[in-house]
Ligand binder design. Structure first.
Ligand SMILES: [Zn+2]
Length: 227
């Protein structure tokens, strides 16, 4: 209701959350995980897939890439006619967890926060597949005969070398062989089985992502980062 008594209705689109990642399977995994942790993200996640790597970039190169990212994020939101509520950027570390992980991750996230207002840098150790090893029951339910060997059960899966190789050569030894496009469906299976809140073992990048999703829901979805 305007001050002169007339009525004015305007469709206000809810701010979007931009999901950034080079690999479509990884983006699908992240979508399932984010929506599970934060149902308010349903219908608000939009994707972009720039071919950009961040953690290995030097400082100057990092600032350039983050600035390019900012433009792409804003362009994607503009296409939706919406503001940006927040941004999740996925990248694989391609190596195991170590003391350098938080340093690498925080440096990039800080640069992204500065440029984008609010952003979460999802740096998976070693790669997204390490998270799948946290859900042995979902693996077994996805393909009968897939079994996580006991020596990987209950472990810090971020410390394991080459989790994709473990899935291909050791989990899927009988039944058909694991392929990358299985990952989103295995997470979906874990979601259906209500396992996502009960990982078997640990992984620092998994814990980080879950915490970020929850914090994003309560803090960043309330108001646009770019007013
Ligand atoms: Zn957020």
């Amino acid at each position: 209701m305007s001050r002169n008594g007339g009525t004015r209705t305007r469709a206000v689109k809810r701010p979007v959350v931009v999901l950034v990642g080079e690999d479509s399977n990884d983006r699908r995994c992240l979508r399932t995980l984010l929506e599970e942790h934060c149902p308010d993200m349903r219908g608000r996640l939009v994707e972009i897939n720039p071919s950009m790597k961040f953690w290995a970039a030097g400082n100057e190169r990092l600032d350039e890439r983050v600035d390019r990212l900012r433009k792409l994020v804003n362009a994607r939101a503009a296409r939706e006619g919406a503001e940006v509520a927040c941004v999740f950027v996925h990248e694989d570390l391609d190596r195991a967890d170590s003391s350098e992980y938080p340093v690498l991750r925080e440096r990039v996230e800080k640069a992204m926060n500065k440029a984008l207002g609010s952003a979460h840098y999802v740096l998976a150790v070693w790669e997204t597949e390490a998270w799948l090893l946290l859900f042995p029951d979902a693996l077994a339910a996805f393909v009968a005969n897939w079994q996580l060997p006991a020596r990987y059960r209950g472990r810090d899966t971020g410390r394991l070398s080459d989790p994709k190789r473990i899935l291909m050569n050791e989990v899927s030894r009988s039944g058909r062989r694991y392929r990358e496009s299985d990952a989103p469906e295995i997470f979906e299976k874990a979601r259906e089985m209500r396992l996502l809140a009960h990982p078997v073992g640990s992984n620092r990048s998994w814990t980080q992502l879950c915490g970020d999703a929850t914090r994003c829901c309560s803090e960043h979805l309330r108001q646009p980062a770019h007013p």
